[in-house]
Ligand binder design. Structure first.
Ligand code: TYD
Ligand code: MG
Length: 454
């Protein structure tokens, strides 16, 4: 078979060259040149520029367009269905990204097993592990439904496409998009060019045969270039699997969804027999919350659902210049901002202290409503005074402004209702306090700092 020619295109400026170059000759950027299948069809010299090669089509009015009814496929995993916007849409391409070991293969295997049990045709394409390894995982999962999943262990793209055409499953998992290989491109599997080509070809066949495809992709901590980020514009839905491998709690969040909202998130726990949905996450986190100095309960929003999580802080004298700021589960820059506001407007200077801030349980909170919880936890740690007065931990939420004001955040009512459900009242929030200073006074009471030797 003649080898189709390839061209090298700069992903920054579009400059084309016949060879790979470390530095683009067009724009001078380093490492932006990627391989693509070519050549682009250029109009022959001398041909009329007004004549295009394609046939014209007639535009239709939007009101005359038949809106396709999406009969969703339920994955049998409630949290996953919610995040997808009510289940999988036939013919859609869903990318599940996450760090290695987070549980992507486990989640997709469980979804396949459930769909199979519901009488659907399924297929598991394992390009990463041997069929025997996939079997070992399936054996760990609850029940024996997972063992009946048809599996092919294959890394060649064209073999996989041919198999899809022959088997015509309703749901297919490709694990992972970075290990499938298209022989026409000379670059290694997992490179930007390969990942794009693989996803593009799979998409064509998925749309034509109405196969719902779950593409598994690894993202490194740095969100590496060859990672699935380059596919985000191509697929219908991008799910992000988050959490830390060493912790049990994981969240699945939609960061793009053509068929639903991107506000939803599902919480899972990794057990010995697979991932289990955590429906009462707030209850667990509140139960585990300590009443010690440095702990505050944050009324956070996970998508459209309120979630109570514990934010912990530790402040200790530093021997380093600049002192250490170690943050887990929150945005580092946001925490730096809160510390600055705390110093300027709360009278709690931390210039000579190491500060550690952590959201318990491996949960990640990415919303400004977390500011007040960080401020109160750090203030409580610095003063060595437990927050609140009662038996229950202190709940709070709110955004901090740069001038020390407390700003309201979305879904205040829902957050308050969730806190009330667990008896965490009164909540320190923007509805009660207009400034950080007032919130600090209320949360720390007028108890004097306990002078204790660390
Ligand atoms: P895996 O789904 O293979 O992760 P990924 O495909 O994202 O790389 O599994 C991740 C980890 O979970 C692995 O270290 C083993 C563990 N695990 C369990 O704790 N319980 C289980 O039932 C299974 C199947 C895996
Ligand atoms: Mg895997």
């Amino acid at each position: 078979m003649p080898r189709p020619s390839v061209i090298f295109v700069c992903s920054a400026c579009g400059h084309e060259s016949p060879r790979w170059e470390g530095r683009c000759a067009g724009c001078g950027e380093w490492n932006t040149v990627v391989e693509e299948r070519g050549p682009r069809t250029a109009s022959a010299p001398g041909s009329s520029p007004r004549r295009s090669a394609g046939a014209a089509v007639k535009p239709v009015l939007l009101e005359e367009v038949q809106a396709a009814e999406h009969a969703r496929l339920s994955t049998g995993i409630g949290e996953l269905d919610t995040v997808l916007g009510g289940g999988l849409v036939p013919g859609s391409l869903v990318l599940i990204g996450g760090a290695p070991g987070i549980g992507k293969s486990t989640l997709t295997t469980m979804a396949l097993a459930n769909l199979l049990a519901a009488g659907r045709r399924t297929l598991y394409v394992s390009a990463e592990e041997s069929a025997a390894q996939v079997r070992l995982r399936a054996e760990r999962l609850d029940g024996d439904g997972a063992l009946r999943i048809p599996v092919v262990a294959e890394t060649d793209l064209h073999t996989v496409l041919a198999t899809l055409e022959q088997e015509r499953p309703e749901l297919c998992v490709i694990d992972s998009v970075q290990t499938l290989h298209c022989a026409e491109l000379s670059s290694a599997a997992g490179s930007v060019a390969q990942v794009r080509e693989v996803a593009g070809q799979v998409m064509r066949i998925a749309k034509a045969l109405r196969i719902a495809v779950l593409l598994v992709g690894h993202v490194t901590k740095e969100g590496s270039l060859a990672g699935p980020r380059v596919l985000e514009h191509l697929v219908d839905c991008v799910l992000q699997f988050e959490g830390e491998r060493e912790r049990t709690y994981r969240t699945v969040r939609a960061i793009k969804n053509r068929f639903g909202s991107t506000n939803e998130a599902g919480v899972f726990e990794m057990r010995d027999d697979g991932l289990v949905e955590v429906l009462d996450a707030s209850a667990r986190f509140v139960d585990e919350a300590t009443r010690a100095p440095g702990s505050a309960v944050l009324c956070a929003m996970e998508g459209s659902r309120p979630l109570l999580v514990e934010v912990q802080a530790l402040v200790s004298p530093s021997e380093l210049v600049p002192p250490r700021r170690v943050v887990a589960g929150l945005d580092r820059n946001r925490v730096a901002l809160v510390l600055a506001v705390l110093g300027r407007h709360g009278g709690i200077g931390l210039g000579a202290s190491d500060v550690f801030v952590n959201v318990v349980g491996g949960v990640r909170v990415d919303e400004p409503g977390a500011d007040l919880a960080v401020a109160l936890a750090v203030a409580s740690a610095a003063k060595r005074v437990a927050l609140g007065s009662g038996e229950r931990p202190l709940a709070c939420f709110g955004e901090l402004g740069l001038t020390g004001e407390l700003r309201s955040v979305a879904h205040g009512e829902r957050r308050l209702t969730e806190a009330a459900k667990f008896g965490l009242e009164p909540v320190v929030e923007p509805g009660r306090h207009r400034t950080l200073r007032s919130a600090l006074q209320s949360a720390l009471g007028d108890s004097r700092p306990v002078a204790r030797v660390a």
